[in-house]
Design a protein around this ligand. Sequence first.
Ligand SMILES: Cc1cc2nc3c(=O)[nH]c(=O)nc-3n(C[C@H](O)[C@H](O)[C@H](O)COP(=O)(O)OP(=O)(O)OC[C@H]3O[C@@H](n4cnc5c(N)ncnc54)[C@H](O)[C@@H]3O)c2cc1C
Length: 409
Amino acid sequence: MKDTVQYDVAVVGGGPAGFAAALSVARSGLSVTLLAPPPARTDNRTAALFTASVRLLENLGAWEACHATAEPLRAIRIVDDTGSLLRAPEVLFSAAEIGLETFGYNVPNLSLVEAMRARSAAAETLTVIKTASVRELEIGASQVNLKLAECRQVAARLVIGADGRNSLSRQAAGIAAQTWTYDQSALTCTFTHQRSHDGVSTEFHRAGGPLTVVPAPGCSSNLVWVERPAVSRRLAQLDDTAFRDALETRLQGLLGPVEEVSARRLFPLSGLKADAAGQNRVALVGEAAHVLPPIGAQGLNLGLRDAAILADCIGDALKQGRDFGGPETLTAYTHARSLDIATRAWSIDVLNRCLISGFLPIQIIRGLGLHALKAIGPLRRLAIREGLSPSFVTPRLMLADGDSSAHPS
Ligand SMILES: Cc1cc2nc3c(=O)[nH]c(=O)nc-3n(C[C@H](O)[C@H](O)[C@H](O)COP(=O)(O)OP(=O)(O)OC[C@H]3O[C@@H](n4cnc5c(N)ncnc54)[C@H](O)[C@@H]3O)c2cc1C
């Protein structure tokens, strides 16, 4: 084994949550390393990122580079296409209704990671070790040794586990997780169309799950089509012409004729919630801590809040002269994340199960809920605000000025 390189913080995983956590924490002046194997080039997902997430990226200096591939989201429309006896009305949530120009932007995951990777090169206290896959974590009382491939080793006083749903960091820290699966898969692709989307993201609520079209630059949109796995597999295997026809039928003329369709990918739906966000010198961010079905665009927005709040907890520990990787800091982080993660995981799960339930009383309750959202302005505006970002969480890096006085860049 070669010499061990010592850092204050080691981030495991170079997905969007890992980069956001590394950049956020590096602002405190701590030495940070990001162990980041290159992302799968086949990831065709995009993320609808709400205003607070965009503000975080602005404050981290990564937004400008994302902007070229991002498309503003001005409204979200929900269309009931469940075929239920009680058809719910169409509901439009508009950013203008709460005094905003946009809810946020739709950004390709790969562009987002590239923008943060480029920004990392300029961050003095951050070292990105490319192609560094962590094989083992040895957790001691005051530090963690991380064994990498190629016989290299890194040590840190705090590990940030951003290593996705099968997180090795989570397992090494002994953090248990509840996991569950859905009998559904999401099919993703990008397609061009003749009619403008006008910045409106449309969710068709269907019996197999939601079919969502999210605005992308020009006359193009990103598709997230949730269905029963057998149906998704069949759709993925169709030739382009047959797939275009199937999509056009489902869109009911919304975007006019569908033109070019990109390669399709399938994501089986599942859920995960870690019992704690941090313990034993490991703090979890992103899908290492929580996995939600792609409904309501919550997953990565939640993961970016993890990163920003962890930076706050570490900043507070440093100010108070506490161990930034110690139990007090990790307990504070777990407390700060528990309500946000629990309420999002619960509400998305309930929403999804209500949608696919064939049980009439549940369909009636869902329909009444949409009627109420359409008819009652204050309720709709409350739902919009809470959907964008919970009112009880305001990390410093998601504020307009990024609390730049507290975090030197
Ligand atoms: C179809 C779909 C649509 C979605 N749409 C939205 C949306 O509109 N808005 C939204 O907010 N969210 C959305 N999400 C959720 C969002 O995509 C995820 O939350 C996000 O990609 C997770 O990022 P992450 O960094 O936590 O994990 P990942 O992207 O999985 O990154 C984990 C990284 O860790 C690395 N890694 C793993 N093990 C190791 C190891 N041992 N050593 C080193 N590195 C390791 C992996 O290589 C990977 O790069 C969507 C999800 C799906 C499936």
